[in-house]
Design a protein around this ligand. Structure first.
Ligand code: URA
Length: 439
């Protein structure tokens, strides 16, 4: 086999075999195929498109390019995972994981760090004193078995092919292709042997995918890959035009997750966790219908069993319960007031995520540090009535150097209307292996 022939075949729109894709990807990871040939291949994929089968082959070859974690005979019962394509204020994992575990379904999850305007679960978890996110594989499995939910950072060398390919896609204008994105995400998700997976594909201003139809297509491609690889996968396309919940920032989001498990969560976050969790319970055969699954999730909020699971997970991962219940949040607070009256018509999630990042809650580059104590607490969201002089949000800050800029940016993120505005929907579409439903 020669790389040039495979590139030529794809350039002419022909279907590649698994062996051909494997030859290219493994050769590239080993350094035997140079960047210029891989760049040409990626560009050919953008123009000629990969079929569902080719995308699945690519995903599988990437998946096994490094360490895979097969716990199918080490964790008893059906295990599940959730993936979010990333958003602003997205603390879903911290609520959903314990609620699903409280219903007897094991959640074994590898999470990531935040970058740019989007937050990451690992940073949020580090707001809890002592909590370890770097777990040895055996400890991760033991915690998943004992507690029912474990969340860790990437262990070992997971999907090195994606790291190398992503860096190349970034500089060759080949990031946006939906099949390449789907293969990149799913290769990392499927490197763990979870049987059930629910995908939360965010769409809107604060999401990586801004357009609803493109987000549905991405969900479709990922569901196709999962199905062809014998996993049970459901995709929900959810709103990220506005931040999720009422907080943005690490400790603030953990506090909100805790309050949600105590029964005092914001409606959009509770609804999202109920929709995702209800589906996971159906996949795991713990509920006969979505309605039953959703009501079981809500019951685990009401009876405190979800909260208990979060506490058990925190303790099992070395975290302090005292710290979980008394999170350190900056004492420097600025109340940002509205300069006029009306109803909140829109909020710019991207701009608000960037504002939080400027305060230190997020990182501009992979290497930057985050300040766990800073961020935003939102009092007004789309559909809410506001009076002139009323607080829109609180800014929690550590250093004042960017405060004026952040205040201005946040005020500009809100658009008010003179007439009443409806609350937005959180679930916009559902993608199953055989159908798509738009809400
Ligand atoms: N996120 C990923 O993990 N990969 C992509 O290609 C795009 C977003």
């Amino acid at each position: 086999m020669r790389a040039v022939d495979i590139i030529d075949k794809k350039k002419h729109g022909e279907e590649l075999s698994k062996a051909e894709i494997e030859f290219l990807i493994t050769g590239y990871v080993k350094g035997e195929i140079p960047d210029y040939q891989m760049s040409a291949f990626l560009m050919a994929c953008c123009f000629q498109k990969l079929s569902a089968q080719e995308t699945t082959h690519l995903t599988d070859v990437m998946r096994v390019s490094g360490d895979v974690m097969d716990f199918s005979d080490k964790i008893s019962g059906y295990t599940v995972d959730k993936h979010s394509t990333g958003g602003v204020g997205d603390k879903t994992t911290l609520v959903l994981g314990p609620l699903v575990a409280a219903n007897g379904v094991v959640v074994a999850k590898m999470s990531g760090r935040g970058l740019g305007h989007t937050g990451g679960t690992l940073d949020k978890l580090e707001s809890i004193d002592g909590l370890k996110i770097e777990l040895e594989e055996q400890d991760f499995i033991d915690i998943a078995n004992k507690v029912g939910v474990a969340v860790c950072g990437q262990t070992g060398n997971v999907v090195p092919a994606d790291k190398k390919l992503y860096a190349l896609r970034d500089v060759t204008a080949t990031v946006e292709d939906v099949a390449l994105i789907a293969a990149s995400i799913m290769s990392k998700k499927l490197a763990l042997s979870n049987q059930g997976l629910v995908l939360d594909v965010k769409t809107g201003k604060g999401a990586f995918m801004k357009d609803l139809d493109a987000s549905i297509e991405l969900a479709q491609r990922m569901v196709e890959i999962g199905t062809l690889m014998d996993r049970d996968v459901i995709g929900l396309v959810t709103d990220m035009d506005i931040p999720l919940g009422k907080t943005i920032g690490n400790a603030l989001e953990v506090q909100e997750a805790l309050e949600t498990l105590q029964g005092n969560g914001p409606k959009d976050l509770v609804d999202l966790c109920t929709e995702l969790g209800g589906r996971l319970l159906v996949l795991a055969n713990k509920a006969d219908s979505l309605e039953e699954g959703k009501s079981k999730i809500l019951k685990s909020i009401d009876d405190g069993s979800g909260l208990k699971k979060l506490e058990e997970m925190v303790e099992a991962q070395g975290g302090s319960l005292e710290s979980l219940h008394n999170l350190k949040i900056s004492k420097n607070v600025f109340e940002l007031k509205s300069s006029k009256s009306g109803w909140v018509q829109s909020m710019d999630a991207l701009s608000m995520g960037i504002a939080a990042m400027k305060l230190g809650a997020g990182r501009e580059t992979k290497e930057a540090d985050v300040d766990l104590e800073v961020g935003l607490k939102l009092f007004k969201k789309v559909g809410d009535k506001v009076s002139e002089g009323e607080a829109l949000l609180n800014i929690y800050y550590s250093d004042t150097s960017k405060l004026e800029e952040v205040k201005k940016q946040l005020l500009e993120s809100y658009t008010l209307s003179d007439i009443e505005v409806e609350q937005p929907k959180i679930i916009l579409a559902e993608v199953l292996k055989d159908k798509i439903v738009k809400y």
